[in-house]
Design a protein around this ligand. Structure first.
Ligand code: SAM
Length: 592
């Protein structure tokens, strides 16, 4: 942390979390009772900042900004409701949260006298609130590492109050971090479009998240096993001890004992023969990022050729949505489609830039989850397809920091984040679905989206389009994704409408015959296991969340190191194999 720059997350050095968490709860309850109150949103944003959740602070400041726009524009949907609430604050002294630095004087000094007199007091408050939103948004997004969005909000604020000290300071910090990240000198100009806009935030079970089950409890395991018996009758879910993975190369390969952690895994309850199907799973939690692509909207498989004998079915109400057969159409109608039918959401986040492919797929998975929860009238985190899955969460205590404005987000923060994909587009999608984003805060708060993203990352699989090799379809299969990885796997998998895991005829190491004995763990593979150890580890790192420590990797690495020693320090020996075919694989696991 850069100790020379001021801490903006906290007024005191380490504010006690308890009272802040209590205040957060009070404000959330108040918002549930008065959902169009932008002052409550701003107050909660400040609490989130003090709790070191800059992403959640940005989320609340953005909702407050939208409400300030509602107050000012009579033609907007929530105008009356937002104005009526704000009006209540105009007779009392200015709300504390708006009285920040020199903001009030700066804005009043600029107001054209006549217009200022004519303006209703609540319009003055809305103007004040929107600049306060720009301050919180720009500073919070800077702290998450989203520099382009941070600068853009800062400039929008400065266009309203060009001399505001806080905004000018924030712009200075953004430029300081941008110069460091882009390696620019102090006098070199910075082009806003070249600024990085992907950041990272805390990945955790938020202290107020009451939806996360104890995955290791008897109740959870018995529920999971009951469901699993339908898709993988010879398997059961059990607790598995897995190596704790490091970020990269280390000297722990040769250790006899490596630290382990408790997770879940799939195990055989009965012997499984070579070639036998181990699991066959259907999921509607799918996404497709091509606008006009011939895949089934429900299961993501290629559509059958259209024609008089085709099994394909289009929705009778929004002809554009096509399903591969009657089964998928019925499942879609039962579980999500009515929430998006004829709602003009089809083109959102489609055909993304090459850099945004993964983000677009995760976003579209979130959109599907939201449609499922809205149609089934359950909280998004209660949707069975994601409720029990792995989120690679870090304990809140480890995430806690005393942040400094110009420091990089800490290494414990591992959830990729951007203003566009975590805040702006999810809210836009909900609005297209005719959802009142204010009245449904409990279901559609940013922490709910972040929790869903944590679960998708590390469990979703994707398929590359054979024409251009770009991943364009993704899915979460909640039982398939319980199987852990090993570079000497005993199963292999393919996703085409159904996710299928089947027992290998032969194992990679020693070419020994396949077959899984009762009690043994089902070992899947998250990378191409024909690659040499270094490339395997690099490839699997994204989906595994660390450097693979399976026995095969450790043995091969040890052999390679011995060989390197003998060859007098020749390093980087690859096993005489060109790394081709890495991009040729159709199915892949998406990176975390
Ligand atoms: C798709 S999930 C697998 C199921 C997960 N263990 C659970 O409890 O639900 C992927 C996560 O499992 C863990 N994992 C899977 N295979 C592993 C391995 N060989 N070594 C260490 N961790 C592994 C990693 O934390 C990874 O991010």
């Amino acid at each position: 942390m850069d100790s020379s720059s001021p801490s903006v997350l906290t007024d005191e050095k380490y504010p006690p979390r308890g009272p802040l968490l209590e205040r957060r709860q009070q404000l959330s309850d108040a918002l549930a009772a008065s959902p169009y109150d932008l002052i409550l949103y701003l107050e909660r944003a400040v609490v989130y900042s003090n709790l070191a959740y800059p992403d959640l602070a940005a989320g609340d400041a953005y909702r407050a900004l939208l409400l300030a726009d509602e107050v000012r524009d009579e033609s907007f949907e929530y105008h009356e409701r937002a104005r009526e609430v704000l009006q209540r604050y105009s007779t009392t002294p200015c709300p504390e949260v708006l009285n920040h630095g020199s903001l009030i004087e700066d804005l009043d000094r600029l107001a054209d006298d006549e217009r200022a007199e004519a303006a209703a007091p609540c319009i003055r408050l809305a103007n004040l609130a929107s600049v306060r939103c720009f301050q919180i948004l720009s500073l919070s997004l800077l702290l998450c590492g989203c520099l382009r969005s941070a600068l853009s909000f800062c400039e929008r604020g400065l266009s309203q109050v060009p001399h505001n000290k806080e905004l000018l300071e924030i712009r200075g910090y953004i430029e300081q971090v941008a110069r460091r990240r882009l390696r620019r000198g102090p006098d070199e100009p910075i082009d806003i479009s070249s600024l990085p806009d992907r950041g990272v935030v805390r990945r955790e079970v938020y202290p107020w998240n009451t939806y996360e089950p104890d995955r290791f409890s008897e109740q959870s395991l018995s529920y999971l096993n009951q469901q699993l018996s339908e898709v993988a009758p010879k398997c059961e879910v059990r607790v598995s001890n897995l190596p704790v993975l490091l970020d990269g190369e280390s000297n722990t390969d040769g250790y006899e004992i490596v630290p382990t952690c408790k997770q879940l895994g799939l195990f055989a309850k009965e012997d499984i023969a070579p070639g036998e199907t181990v699991l066959r799973e259907y999921s509607l939690l799918t996404a497709n990022n091509r606008h006009k692509e011939s895949t089934c909207d429900a299961c993501g498989t290629e559509l059958p050729p259209l024609g008089s004998n085709s099994t394909a079915v289009s929705c009778p109400d929004c002809y554009d949505t096509i399903f591969c057969d009657e089964f998928c159409f019925k499942k879609a109608q039962e579980l999500y489609h009515p929430a998006v039918c004829d709602k003009d959401v089809d083109s959102i986040a489609k055909d993304p830039d090459a850099n945004d492919i993964d983000q677009s797929l995760y976003l579209l998975l979130l959109a599907r989850l939201l449609a499922m929860s809205i149609h089934q009238e359950i909280h998004p985190l209660e949707v069975p397809e994601i409720k029990y899955i792995w989120g690679d969460f870090v304990s809140p205590a480890l995430n806690d920091v005393d942040g400094s404005v110009t420091a990089e987000p800490p290494p414990e923060w591992t959830l990729p984040f951007s203003f566009k994909y975590n805040i702006e587009i999810p809210l836009h999608i909900l609005e297209k679905m005719d959802v009142d984003i204010y009245a449904t805060l409990e279901e559609h708060d940013l922490w709910v989206f972040n929790t869903a993203y944590s679960k998708f990352r590390g469990t979703a699989s994707a398929r590359k389009n054979p024409r251009d090799g770009r991943p364009d379809v993704a899915a979460v299969h909640p039982f398939w994704c319980l199987a852990n990885h090993d570079c000497d796997p005993n199963v292999t998998w393919e996703w085409g409408g159904r996710m299928v895991l089947w027992e290998r005829q032969t194992r990679v190491v020693g070419n020994r015959p396949g077959g899984i004995k009762a009690g043994e763990e089902i070992l899947n593979h998250y990378c191409d296991v024909d690659l040499p150890v270094q490339q395997r580890r690099e490839w699997a790192q994204g989906s595994l969340g660390g450097w693979c420590m399976c026995q095969r990797c450790r043995d091969e690495k040890a052999k390679l190191t011995d060989h390197t020693d003998v060859a007098d320090g020749v390093s980087g020996v690859n096993e005489g194999r060109e790394v081709d075919g890495v991009d040729g694989e159709g199915d892949m696991q998406l990176d975390q």
